[in-house]
Structures are given as structure tokens and as C-alpha cells.
Design a binder for this molecule. Structure first.
Ligand code: ZN
Length: 177
């Protein structure tokens, strides 16, 4: 059975570091890390995860949108590992929506993000990919990408009045169901 990894919590200095570029994607250590990240994101009811969150300071993230207990309205997609990702273009328009983070349990915040981003990354097979992401998936990407630069969503919340507890958040989303 594949094991789930421990999530670094806010206060752990690894979450504030600039992560390093991956230079050898076929390295078995890295491939195993991707497998463990994919397992962990499902086990923790996440929709994304960045390597620094499991104390591995590499430019590697997972986008894995699907409805779950923490995000009941998330769209379904195939979980994707993105290595050395970059934002090459983005929409002018920004949208604010609620975010949470496995490294910051119990808190949600309203975070402004670009509505769409064009991204470039290397997949786990070593192929260069280019993709346009929109709305919730674009949000996940931007959140995880920030982790690679030592930024957490709280840094982007514009007012402490736009922070609520997880419990209050669940009440609000269940009202619109
Ligand atoms: Zn996060």
C-alpha cells in the first residue's frame, strides 16, 4: 500500500522557501514522490498539493480537482503532476473566491486570482506541456504555484474580514447546494 505523506503546517520554514527546479524527472526518487503526492492529495481531501507541503522543496505540484468534502462543487479532472511549471500568460480579469490549504487547517480566505492562466510544465513522462486553465482549476494552479515561491494564500487575502473558519465556510457552501 502506498503511504500518505505528512503535511508541513504553517510555521514550518519549508513553506516559506523558494523551491528548487527539478533537473531529472526520471529519477526514481522523484517518480516515487509524485506517486506519494497523488496518494496524499486524495487521502487529505485536497484538490491540489505542492511538493514543499510535504517538506520536499522542489518545483513540483499536483492539480487534482474533484468534488470532495472540502470542496463539494469542484469540477472533475484527471490528477496531473506538473514539474517546473510556469505561468506564461494570464487574463486581465481577476476573481475572488474562497480558498483553504492543507498546511493551514481550519481557515478559509477570499483570494483574488486570475480567471485564466496559460501554463507550461513538464509532465512526469518528461514531455513539455502547454495548457490553458480557467476558473477553479486556474485557481488551484495559482495557489499551488505560490507554494513553490514560499507564498501562502493568507498573504493574498486583502482583509482579515475576508477570513473565516472552515466550519463557517461549510455552512455557506451547503446553503447554495
Ligand atoms: Zn496550499
Amino acid at each position: 500500500m502506498k503511504e500518505s505523506l505528512e503535511i508541513a503546517q504553517l510555521g514550518n520554514p519549508i513553506l516559506r522557501q523558494q523551491a528548487q527546479l527539478v533537473d531529472n524527472i526520471s529519477d526514481p526518487y522523484l517518480q516515487k514522490l509524485i506517486d506519494k503526492l497523488l496518494t496524499t492529495v486524495v487521502d487529505e481531501n485536497g484538490v491540489g498539493l505542492a511538493a514543499p507541503q510535504v517538506s520536499q522543496s522542489y518545483r513540483l505540484l499536483i492539480v487534482a480537482s474533484r468534488p470532495n468534502l472540502r470542496y463539494p462543487h469542484a469540477p472533475v479532472m484527471e490528477p496531473t503532476a506538473m514539474v517546473n511549471p510556469r505561468i506564461i500568460a494570464h487574463s486581465e480579469e481577476m476573481v475572488k473566491d474562497w480558498e483553504g490549504c492543507l498546511s493551514i487547517p481550519g481557515i478559509r480566505g477570499l483570494v483574488p486570482r486570475y480567471r485564466s492562466v496559460e501554463v507550461e510544465y513538464t509532465n512526469r513522462e518528461g514531455q513539455q506541456q502547454q495548457q490553458e486553465l480557467t476558473d477553479f482549476v486556474a485557481r488551484i494552479f495559482q495557489h499551488e504555484y505560490d507554494h513553490l515561491d514560499g507564498i501562502v494564500f493568507l498573504d493574498r487575502v486583502e482583509s482579515t474580514h475576508e477570513m473565516i473558519t472552515e466550519q463557517e465556510y461549510i455552512k455557506r457552501v451547503s446553503r447554495v447546494c
